[in-house]
Structures are given as structure tokens and as C-alpha cells.
Design a protein around this ligand. Structure first.
Ligand SMILES: Nc1ncnc2c1ncn2[C@@H]1O[C@H](COP(=O)(O)OP(=O)(O)OP(=O)(O)O)[C@@H](O)[C@H]1O
Length: 285
């Protein structure tokens, strides 16, 4: 798979002289990949995303998206990246939900029919047809996130960047958001980059995880590889998902179990253990 995003040893200085450095491992995203960025508050996750979006320019380091330097090719880059910011209130601007979603296709000069077709298609995918006539200001937090996502996805960009997409969502809305973004990835080939503090949701939305800590990218791997490195996670002020930690502990005690991707896999493994499946043994016993 082709690299669609490449960031190497980025250094950014904000106008108030706050310095953010992200060295260590390179940040690489391949086309069609689902990537989650984890790290404590202030680690530099939003700064990294802002560079990928071309909103900031680095003092040092390399930032490339589709082989281009984002801040120098802002318009091309933004045509290919949909973004949902942490504070969605700042990005919803239309007087009605319909107008908000229609903003980019209208701006691109599409005909009224084409705009309508695009708005209805994305509203159907995200199941928000019933919100199209509403005034965005009065929507719930979860509904606003979906509207912002619809605005980001209406032109079906190659890459979708979401800063804290699960923030303030109730369990049902969170599950809905997970299904939607996985659908966009699977059915439309959209490359996903998300930041989140919601560690339990990560195995269901990411193929690859990056861990940021104090100006450094310290760890990269699949959820199964990353979440068993409990010491590194704790140093970065992160707790592994409970399910994965449980299986990592069983493995450390000599049980021949695979780290599960989700609750269904965990259930299957535990049921096999309870049934006394001979493949799952404690090698130390
Ligand atoms: N506009 C700004 N001006 C000055 N400093 C900033 C600005 N934006 C971010 N910073 C600083 O840069 C550092 C990294 O912030 P950033 O928002 O990238 O972290 P984060 O990992 O996204 O944190 P969080 O998990 O809290 O959202 C922090 O020390 C922050 O205070």
C-alpha cells in the first residue's frame, strides 16, 4: 500500500513561543489504512493534524500528504481531506443543516441538482435525513458531530481526519459513529486518522496506533502489538483497554491465547478455555 501521509521529526513553534517537537518514529499512514493517534493532553496530537491539514507550517521536519507539502498546496490538500474538528461548533456554519452540508459542493460550483444529490447521499449514509431542515445550533452534541462529518464527507475525500470523534457521545451514538467511519473506510476506501482518549474504542476503529509522549512518537503497531506494552503505555499516561490487558496477563501467565480484536473474539476464546480446549494451555502448569 502506498504512503498517503508522511511526517518526519516535526518541530512547530506557536506565536507565543510554545515549542512542539514530534521526533522518534516517523508518522506514516498508508492509503486505506485506519490510524489512531493516542497520547496524553498536550502531547501534540492536534498540532500534528494541523500540519497534515496545511493549517500550520513546520520550523523543522518533513510533512507530506499525497507527495505534496500541505501548507504550500493548501487547496489541493483540502480537496482531498475531510476533517471533523474537536470543537464542531466552530465548523458548522450553515443556517440550516442542509445548507451547512451543501457548503462545499456549492462552493465548488456544482449545479443545484448535483448539490442536492450529494447532500441526500451523505445524509442517507449517516442516517441524518431527518435533521436536514434543523437549525444546527439547536442540535445535540452527537447530532452536531454527525452533521460536521456529513460536511466533511459530502465530496467523498480520500482522507478523513477526526480529532476526538467520540468525545461527549453516549454509548449508542459512539457505536453508531464507529460503524459509520468503518463503513466509509470499507465501502468507500477512505483513509482514516483519528485522535482519541477513548482507548476502549480503539481496537474497533484502528489498524495502526501511534503513541505520542512528551514530544516524541514512541510506539507504532497494531492494537494487539501496542496494548500489550503496558509499561510504555503507563509512561505515556495511558491505560490499555481492559479486555486486552486481561488477555495480555493470561498470555504472560503462559496461556496460549491470542489477544482479541473485540468482545466476540474474547468470548470465543474464553468459552474454549472453559470447555477445556486443549490448544489453550497454561504452559507453566
Ligand atoms: N495556538 C496555540 N498557541 C500556543 N500554544 C499552543 C497552541 N495550540 C497548542 N499549543 C500548545 O502545544 C502543545 C500541544 O498541544 P496539542 O493541542 O497539539 O496537544 P493534544 O495532544 O492535541 O492535547 P489534547 O489531548 O489536550 O487535545 C501544548 O503544550 C499546547 O499548550
Amino acid at each position: 500500500m502506498e504512503n498517503i501521509i508522511e511526517v518526519q521529526c516535526l518541530k512547530h513553534v506557536y506565536p507565543d513561543k510554545t515549542e512542539v517537537k514530534l521526533c522518534g518514529l516517523d508518522f506514516i499512514v498508508k492509503q486505506g489504512e485506519r490510524v489512531a493517534i493516542l497520547g496524553p493532553n498536550g502531547a501534540g496530537k492536534t498540532t500534528l493534524l494541523s500540519h497534515v491539514l496545511g493549517l500550520l507550517s513546520p520550523v523543522e521536519g518533513k510533512v507530506e500528504v499525497m507527495g505534496l507539502t500541505p501548507y504550500k498546496n493548501f487547496n489541493t490538500i483540502r480537496k482531498n481531506i475531510g476533517v471533523v474538528f474537536q470543537n464542531v461548533d466552530e465548523q458548522i456554519i450553515g443556517p440550516r443543516v442542509y445548507d451547512d452540508i451543501a457548503f462545499t459542493p456549492r462552493n465548488e460550483g456544482l449545479s443545484k441538482e448535483e448539490v442536492h444529490q450529494k447532500v441526500m447521499a451523505v445524509a442517507k449514509t449517516l442516517k441524518i435525513e431527518g435533521l436536514l431542515n434543523k437549525i444546527p445550533h439547536y442540535l445535540s452534541g452527537g447530532q452536531k458531530k454527525k452533521v460536521a462529518l456529513a460536511g466533511a464527507m459530502v465530496m467523498m475525500p480520500k482522507i478523513l481526519i477526526m480529532d476526538e470523534p467520540f468525545d461527549s457521545l453516549d454509548p449508542k451514538s459512539k457505536g453508531g459513529m464507529v460503524s459509520i467511519i468503518n463503513h466509509l473506510n470499507k465501502e468507500h476506501g477512505v483513509t482514516l486518522v483519528v485522535t482519541t482518549h477513548d482507548i476502549n474504542v480503539v481496537p474497533s476503529v484502528a489498524d495502526t496506533i501511534y503513541i505520542l509522549k512528551e514530544g516524541s512518537i514512541v510506539l507504532r503497531g497494531t492494537p494487539q502489538e501496542v496494548f500489550v506494552q503496558v509499561d510504555v503505555l503507563k509512561e505515556a499516561n495511558l491505560e490499555p483497554p481492559i479486555l486486552l490487558e486481561l488477555f495480555a496477563r493470561l498470555k504472560a501467565k503462559g496461556y496460549n491465547v491470542n489477544i482479541p480484536n473485540d468482545l466476540d473474539e474474547a468470548e470465543e476464546t474464553l468459552l474454549s478455555m472453559l470447555k477445556g480446549d486443549s490448544k489453550i494451555v497454561n504452559s507453566s502448569s
